[in-house]
Design a protein around this ligand. Structure first.
Ligand SMILES: C[C@H](OP(=O)(O)OC[C@@H](O)[C@@H](O)[C@@H](O)Cn1c2nc(=O)[nH]c(=O)c-2cc2ccc(O)cc21)C(=O)N[C@@H](CCC(=O)N[C@@H](CCC(=O)O)C(=O)O)C(=O)O
Length: 320
């Protein structure tokens, strides 16, 4: 199992860079930085992280082909690859409607848009020219392939990821979600003449680890509340959760009653939408994901009550 870690660039970037260096030191292989317009810029964050680290692979987890033209993303990732001495990875996803509504961007045909953007990335990153005549010049044409990972959850997106991407990053924390996703990824991989083993299946989880189990669980509750609120009925059914819990949590969140939302998150919701506990409790949970076909465990927000402590504890899990 490979290990990755996610950071949201909404805190001081020098602090994030130090935490990524710590993650590298304890054995993490990938650092994924989220990309939302209302946070700090993903590429400036990645440049600082590249400068602070030596071996960890790093990239947006995930950007999208709507807020930046694919050629701009290709130039940004080629630049990151140059300044990180060949450690760049590119995570690309369809983004979300709320973001594009806020930015006045029309969000159409996400599957074909992702597919077309990956074509542009591969052409430009290999030093080629697109049909429209775009070509990277100022950055070293990247000879070796920069791995392209696709953020995906819907069935069509999962199948497309299996077909066109080197990896997939799935916002899910429970083996039941991978039991549903992996056959779709495999179908897409086979359509491209690949095997499932050619695709790095990344579990982009809501992680919270601490020496004290209850503290770990409590730190995850607000994140789980948001995930559950955004989960469609079929996902609730998959996890045996009560119908309407998404609306209930969504209502509490919408009126700013975060205490009420946290209070409504029980063990069943934690089990469905996060991986929480002590290092000893983590090991079988990660094993279960690995047996379910996950090949990269990505420790996503909140990571734990104290990020630095939690990264060190995850290092114990990686070493086990
Ligand atoms: C578009 C959507 O795809 P989805 O994969 O479910 O999108 C949910 C998320 O993956 C998407 O919002 C991501 O951008 C969210 N996301 C992030 N989004 C961000 O904006 N920033 C991030 O940092 C970020 C990180 C991230 C990490 C992992 C991850 O899995 C997702 C992440 C969907 O509805 N897909 C359906 C329908 C697709 C569809 O619209 N099909 C149409 C159009 C077909 C066409 O496009 O040609 C049709 O069939 O007619 C499907 O896959 O079946």
């Amino acid at each position: 199992m490979k290990f990755g870690i996610e950071f949201v660039p909404n805190e001081p970037l020098d602090k994030i860079a130090k935490l990524v260096k710590l993650a590298e030191d304890v054995g993490f292989e990938y650092a994924w930085i989220t990309d939302h317009y209302n946070n700090k810029n993903v590429y400036e964050a990645l440049a600082l992280i590249a400068d602070a680290t030596e071996t960890i692979k790093l990239g947006p987890g995930v950007t999208n082909p709507y807020v930046r033209a694919p050629a701009i993303t290709a130039a940004a990732i080629a630049t990151l690859d140059e300044i990180s001495n060949g450690r760049a990875t590119l995570g690309i996803g369809p983004g979300d409607k709320a973001t594009f509504d806020a930015l006045g961007i029309e969000w159409t045909k996400p599957v074909s848009t992702i597919r077309d953007s990956v074509d542009v990335f591969r052409t430009l990153l290999a030093g080629g020219k697109t049909a429209g005549g775009a070509q990277l010049g100022g950055v070293k044409a990247v000879q070796e392939l920069i791995p392209i990972y696709q953020g995906a959850q819907g069935p069509k997106m999962l199948e497309t990821a299996g077909e066109i991407a080197d990896g997939v990053l799935i916002n899910a924390s429970n083996p039941k979600d991978y039991a549903a996703a992996i056959p779709l990824i495999e179908k897409g991989a086979k359509a491209a003449g690949k095997a499932l083993t050619d695709v790095d299946v990344g579990a982009y989880t809501a992680t919270s680890i601490a020496a004290d189990s209850a503290k770990a669980a409590n730190a995850a509750k607000i994140v789980v509340a948001f995930i559950a609120a955004g989960s469609p009925p079929p996902v609730l059914e998959r996890h045996g959760l009560p119908a309407g819990i998404n609306e209930k949590l969504g209502g509490l969140i919408a009126k700013g009653d975060f205490g009420g939302a946290i209070g409504a998150v029980d063990d069943a919701l934690l089990e469905a939408f996060s991986v929480v506990g002590t290092p000893e409790e983590f090991i079988p949970k990660i094993k279960a994901l690995e047996e379910g076909g996950v090949t990269q465990y990505v420790a996503g927000s909140p990571i734990g009550p104290n990020k630095e402590e939690s990264i060190k504890l995850l290092g114990e899990v990686i070493a086990s």
